[in-house]
Design a protein around this ligand. Structure first.
Ligand SMILES: [Zn+2]
Length: 139
């Protein structure tokens, strides 16, 4: 998928996440008060509103929670990629029992092989001048 034409706002809050992708890492915020992880990056915890957040690396493997196959993209930038798959991938953190979800593209998977619960592996394709998060079938 060509995301190079998609507008991406780099902020003081989300730039750590994007920098992590360029190093092959998924970084999420974890709350030092309630000990839960969250994504997307925010200025405070979405559960307890604490501002005591720090960044942590999570696993590069996750599980498919849901997906859809896009046959007619609403954006002309993606017409050449049709059909493509978007999914919600859950990554569980064994250290604090927290789960974070990512909405992103699933690549190099035969559509007939897709199923909820399948194991997925993060990849970091370069789109334009930045790396993005996508997932593919785990071995
Ligand atoms: Zn919290």
């Amino acid at each position: 998928m060509n995301l190079s034409s998609v507008h991406r706002d780099l902020t003081q809050i989300n730039k750590v996440f994007w920098a992590g992708l360029s190093e092959g890492k998924i970084l999420v915020q974890t709350c030092l008060t309630c000990k839960k992880n969250q994504f997307y990056p925010r200025i405070l915890c979405k559960r307890c509103q604490s501002i005591d957040l720090e960044w942590k690396e999570v696993s590069l493997t996750g599980e498919l929670y849901s997906y859809t196959i896009i046959h007619r993209s609403p954006s002309k930038e993606f017409f050449s990629d049709e059909p493509y798959v978007l999914g919600i991938v859950k990554i569980h953190d064994d250290n604090n029992g927290s789960t974070v979800e990512f909405f992103c593209e699933l690549v190099d998977i035969d559509h007939s092989d897709l199923f909820v619960g399948m194991k997925l592996q993060a990849i970091f394709p370069k789109e334009g001048d930045t790396h993005v998060l996508a997932f593919t079938k785990s071995n």
